[in-house]
Ligand binder design. Structure first.
Ligand code: TMP
Length: 213
C-alpha cells in the first residue's frame, strides 16, 4: 500500500475512550468542512468497508474474554487493512479529506495499554500492514471516569463488549491515550470533552484549522 504524505495528511482521526462523543463530533466536523466546500468522506473503525464491518461484529459483541488479546489485535488490523484498501485510500486518492472515528491509536490504547499486548508488537504490526501511513491530525477526546460512566450507562445497544470491560481497563485506556498524545505532540491534540457539544466542536475546529492550509 503506497501513499504519499501529501495524500495521507488529509486523514483526520478522532480517538478517545467510551462516551467521549466522537461520533457526534465526527459528523459536526464533516459538516463544517463540507460547508467550506471541502469534499469529505466520513468513516469509522472497526468497520468502514463491508468485510471490516463483519469483523467489527466479532469484536464488539459477545463475551468480554472471547478473544486472546493478540488475536483481537490482529482482528482489528485485519479490519483496518480492508478499510484502508477499499475505502480510505481510494477516497484520499480521489482528493477527499477523510474523517475516521477511531484508527491506529485505539489499538495501541485498548489492546496495548488496556489488554497488555506488547506495544512494540503492535507497532511492528502497524508498520507491516500500513507502512508509513499516518494521519495528518489526531483529535483525542478526553473525558473523566465519572462522565464516561454516566454517558455509557445512558447508551443502549448490543455493541457493548468493550463497555463491559472493567473500570481499571478503561482507566488504562485513558492513560494510554495520554501517553500517545505526549509522545506525538505534532500529530495529536487532546480535547477536553467533558464540555458541551458546542464547546468541544469549537475546540476541534480550532485544532483542525491548523492543518487546512
Ligand atoms: P466505537 O464504539 O467507537 O464504534 O468502537 C467500538 C469499540 O472498539 C470501542 O469500544 C473501542 C474498540 N476498539 C478497540 O478496542 N481497538 C481498535 O483498534 C478500535 C478501532 C476500536
Amino acid at each position: 500500500m503506497t501513499a504519499t504524505a501529501e495524500i495521507y495528511g488529509k486523514l483526520i482521526t478522532l480517538e478517545g475512550g467510551e462516551g467521549a462523543g466522537k461520533s457526534t463530533q465526527a459528523k459536526l466536523l464533516a459538516k463544517w468542512l463540507e460547508d467550506k466546500g471541502i469534499a469529505v468522506a466520513l468513516t469509522r473503525e472497526p468497520g468502514g468497508a463491508p468485510g471490516a464491518e463483519e469483523i467489527r461484529n466479532l469484536l464488539v459483541t459477545g463475551a468480554v474474554g472471547r478473544w486472546d488479546p493478540l488475536t483481537e489485535t490482529m482482528l482489528h488490523y485485519a479490519a483496518r487493512r480492508e478499510h484502508m484498501a477499499r475505502f480510505i485510500l481510494p477516497a484520499l486518492e480521489a482528493g477527499q479529506w477523510v474523517i475516521c472515528d477511531r484508527f491506529i491509536d485505539s489499538t495501541l490504547a485498548y489492546q496495548g495499554y488496556g489488554l497488555g499486548v506488547d506495544l512494540e508488537t503492535i507497532s511492528k504490526l502497524r508498520e507491516t500492514i500500513l507502512g508509513a501511513f499516518t494521519p495528518g491530525l489526531t483529535l483525542i477526546l478526553d473525558v473523566s471516569p465519572e462522565v464516561r460512566r454516566a454517558r455509557t450507562a445512558a447508551r443502549p445497544g448490543s455493541e457493548d463488549r468493550y463497555e463491559r470491560m472493567t473500570e481499571a481497563f478503561h482507566d488504562r485506556v485513558r492513560a494510554g491515550f495520554h501517553a500517545i498524545a505526549a509522545a506525538e505532540t505534532g500529530r495529536c491534540v487532546v480535547i477536553k470533552a467533558d464540555q458541551t457539544v458546542e464547546e468541544v466542536s469549537a475546540a476541534i475546529r480550532q485544532a483542525t484549522n491548523r492543518v487546512l492550509t
